[in-house]
Design a binder for this molecule. Structure first.
Ligand SMILES: [Zn+2]
Length: 199
């Protein structure tokens, strides 16, 4: 499937041509993947294999677009500077702001997202989850799946089900929650704003 048609399914229409152009300008393998526990997307540069960007398939169009450009900004920084450094340091922050600039308007994002998004971009953290107003605005766009709640809404010590496994919710640490998998007793860190099932 060509890039335009993949993006068309996931991001706001007014941003599809722009995002397709970025893909052509900075070629990379693009995969839309099943939701992962701790990340919305990622960027990889593998010797001899080129660049790969992945984005979770369950994001609403605004969240998908922000994640896509977050990863494209990593790619641009890597191509230009070839160094790892701080992955979300000032070079990445500046690049991310630049690639977001052309689409920061109401033709692309709902007004409810645009305002906290502009604020977030003044000093973008690694995860939009660190900006509570933006996270809240993005989550409002999601249709709440029946029988599910956000992990952050599960009281500490209560159980929930996520990706076919049962967990006990533990303490929040920054953007994630440390949970205990019931069958193995293993502690795992899960992003605080994923949908989980009641048990
Ligand atoms: Zn990143």
């Amino acid at each position: 499937m060509d890039s335009y048609r993949i993006l068309e399914k996931h991001i706001p229409e007014a941003a599809v041509a722009y995002c397709t152009d970025l893909w052509k300008k900075y070629p990379f393998a693009f995969r839309v993947t099943r939701p992962r526990r701790t990340k919305l997307g990622d960027f990889r540069a593998e010797p001899g294999k080129g660049f790969t960007i992945t984005v979770n398939d369950n994001l609403n169009p605004s969240a998908f677009l922000i994640t896509y450009l977050h990863e494209v900004a990593h790619l641009i920084v890597f191509r230009q500077y070839r160094r790892r450094g701080a992955p979300h340091g000032s070079l990445w922050q500046r690049t991310f702001r630049e690639v977001m600039q052309p689409i920061l308007h109401e033709g692309v994002f709902p007004a409810s997202v645009l305002e906290p998004l502009r604020d977030y971009l003044t000093n973008p953290a690694a995860s939009t989850g660190a900006h509570s107003a933006l996270t809240h605005a993005l989550r409002q766009l999601d249709a709440r799946p029946t029988g599910q709640k956000l992990l952050i809404e599960v009281p500490e010590g209560e159980t929930f089900r996520f990706l076919q496994k049962d967990y006990v919710r533990g303490m929040k640490r920054r953007t994630r929650v440390v949970c205990t998998e019931k069958s193995s007793g293993l502690k795992v860190s899960i992003w605080a704003h994923v949908w989980v099932e009641n048990t």
